[in-house]
Design a protein around this ligand. Structure first.
Ligand code: SF4
Ligand code: SF4
Length: 636
């Protein structure tokens, strides 16, 4: 059956067809939708799936399931791989019994912010066989292959995707059957101390050698099972008359083949689907072809394949001109567009392709029209977002304590909460990594910042990586104020559950109380505020900022979009135009998207209007000095 699927949907489908038994993950663009798609079927499939508290825990749970013989999948974005790396590396050395697949999505072009990290380095450093996805069909096929390789070599296998594969849809041939129905895998674990512990150096060295052996075995598995024939994981195509060649891997495949097709270019090529270990014999065969004199290496981010091509060409003593990043033909950053790949091929072939100018002429008016349609819109909190109230209260508290805005450093963290760096709040100064705000705040204090230092962190981020630095702050008696913006969901990535989520239908999960955790960590000053009640919130924050030690303020109110979905009904607000002076204080302080300012005209004075989509948080009423904003009592 042919279906239009995004890469992430195809990954989920591949996992189902592979008969996965346990799935875990932590949300992070561009990987989130794999789990979202699987979670939607969690009840129906009756298998264990969970959004774990962080990627390290997610991996450990998946690895545990694979150690007892099940097929387990863990999903994460590239930054999550850093978090999980400690455990992945240890388990990659030990190996596993069942199939264990680590799905990681990199983000060339940083569509979702964060670092442009190339996870293929981890494949090398952790000694994990890795398949690099080049199409949506491969997402489905390679997931199944990855489980087979993993079971065959008895070690984890990594599937690496990128944004242009994960979020783009194309037609995918799906099977619809699941291996789970035919293969019942019994849970079983055999005691094997030298394999499953690191308690003796001889065992560790043996595990290291085993991991290296698994790499060779993975490549042999691909060849022996004849995957290359069916799935074209690593594939050579020689063009007899051409002295030019391209070696490529990953998401560049789509645009590369499109350029060849559109300009009818005949060129030798080597596609690399297994990026670790590289198919060295195929690379040698390609380089040794007597016709090939000049090659281009196409891969996004770092020159990982390219560096190896230099090494192999050197060992072969092959005189070949290599174009890529190392000779500045291609950039290290960003995703590779059609235009960029076309330009690189023109450099390789030392000619301009026919039709270039025609294309430009056709495209120009469309680009200009698209440019006109772009609206300059600052990134802002949603209508009714409780974080708006928290940052409003924080800024007011700082002002009431007679500090200037630039006196007080607020470390922001990952997630919606970092939007507090934008106008009109401009509260947050930094953003580093999950949970880092609390550690960074301590460093600023010990580094000598005398004025108060604040960390602002969301609930999911706190559960993920904020607890150890909080314990550290208590232990060291650091003078920091920590605000946990608790909106009950992992909202930024798509409203996934976290341990603090209030309402979990169809699951047996339990809510974990943030305040109890803080108490358990030894925090002595803990307050809870409602960001929709600024008057009280400001007073509490003033005291917390002044407190000489670790203070925690939990600002608690559900994400407005989730509350709206759960049909939480709050009274709506409107502006009494008679009382409104058009001063715009409400708009300037809150920037709520539901406020519409009408400037003075000949027919009417300047005034503010509140749209019918008002969520009803009530913050604007608090900010209006003229009492012009009122509740619509009957809700209409
Ligand atoms: S509603 Fe109040 S604060 Fe907003 S513009 Fe009118 S008078 Fe000013
Ligand atoms: S218009 Fe006022 S009450 Fe309505 S969502 Fe915006 S700030 Fe809240």
């Amino acid at each position: 059956m042919i279906k239009l699927l995004t890469g992430n949907e195809a990954i989920a489908q591949g996992a189902l067809e592979a008969g996965v038994d346990v799935v875990t993950g932590y949300p992070g663009t561009p990987s989130t939708e794999v789990m979202l798609n699987l979670m939607a079927k969690r009840k129906e499939l009756g298998i264990h799936m969970e959004w774990s508290v962080n990627e390290k825990v997610a991996f450990e749970i998946a690895a545990g399931a694979a150690w007892v013989g099940k097929r387990a999948l863990v999903t994460m974005k590239m930054s999550g791989l850093n978090v999980a790396a400690d455990s992945i590396s240890a388990i990659a050395y030990s190996g596993c019994t069942g199939g264990l697949v680590i799905f990681v999505a990199d983000d060339p072009g940083t569509s979702a912010g964060m670092v442009e990290q190339d996870s293929r380095y981890y494949a090398k450093s952790m000694i994990i066989p890795t398949l690099d996805l080049a199409s949506q069909q491969e997402c489905l096929d390679y997931m199944k292959i990855a489980f087979e390789i993993s079971e065959n070599i008895k070690g984890p296998v990594m599937l690496r995707s990128t944004t242009d594969i994960a979020h783009v849809a194309s037609l995918v041939d799906i099977n619809g059957q699941t291996e789970r129905d035919t293969k019942k895998r019994e849970a079983h674990f055999e005691r094997n101390i030298p394999k499953y512990t690191k308690a003796a150096s001889a065992w560790c060295m043996a595990q290291h050698q085993d991991a290296l052996n698994r790499l060779t075995h993975a490549l042999e598995t691909i060849e022996s099972k004849n995957y290359n024939k069916k799935y074209r994981i690593n594939e050579i195509h020689f063009e007899p008359e051409s002295k030019y060649g391209v070696i490529y891997g990953g998401a560049v495949q789509g645009n590369f083949l499109e350029v060849l097709n559109r300009y009818n270019i005949k060129i030798s090529r080597l596609k690399i689907g297994m990026v670790h270990p590289l198919p060295e014999s195929l690379i040698k065969e390609f380089l040794e072809n007597k016709n090939i004199e000049r090659i281009l290496i196409l891969e996004e981010l770092d020159p990982i394949i390219e560096s190896e091509i230099y090494r192999i060409a050197f060992l072969l003593n092959k005189k070949v001109e290599i174009l890529g990043k190392l000779n500045n033909t291609l950039p290290y950053t960003g995703s590779y567009s059609f235009v960029l790949i076309k330009k690189a091929l023109e450099i390789l072939l030392e000619s301009e392709f026919n039709g270039q100018n025609k294309d430009k002429e056709k495209l120009q008016p469309v680009l200009e029209e698209a440019q006109d349609l772009i609206v300059a819109r600052p990134t802002s909190f949603c209508s009714g977002c409780p974080h708006r109230g928290t940052y409003y209260a924080l800024n007011t508290a700082i002002k009431n304590l007679k500090y200037k805005k630039d006196d007080i450093i607020v470390h922001g963290d990952i997630g919606c909460t970092i939007l507090g760096m934008n106008k009109p709040f401009e509260s947050c100064w930094t953003e580093v990594a999950m949970g880092a705000s609390i550690g960074m705040a301590q460093g600023f204090k010990w580094g000598g910042i005398e004025k108060p230092v604040i960390a602002a962190i969301g609930d999911s981020t706190f559960f993920h990586a904020g607890i150890p630095p909080l314990i550290n702050a208590v232990h060291q008696n650091a003078n920091v104020c920590i605000i946990i913006l608790d909106n009950w969901w992992t909202a930024m990535t798509g409203f996934e559950e976290n341990p603090g989520t209030i309402y979990l239908k169809d699951t047996d999960t339990r809510r974990v109380n943030l305040v109890n955790i803080c108490q358990g960590c030894g925090v002595e000053k803990i307050d809870i505020i409602d960001p929709y009640e600024p008057k009280k919130a400001i007073k509490v924050l003033e005291e917390a900022i002044k407190y000489p030690g670790v203070s925690v303020v939990v600002s608690r109110q559900e994400c407005a979009l989730q509350a709206h979905r759960r049909k939480v009904n709050l009274p709506k607000y409107r502006v009494d135009i008679e009382k409104c002076t058009g001063c715009q204080i409400c708009l300037n302080q809150l920037a709520c998207p539901e406020m519409v300012f009408h400037p003075k005209t000949e027919d009417h004075k300047a005034y503010m209007e509140i749209s019918v989509d008002c969520f009803g948080c009530g913050l604007c009423q608090y900010t209006c000095p003229f009492g012009a904003i009122e509740v619509i009592e009957d809700g209409k």
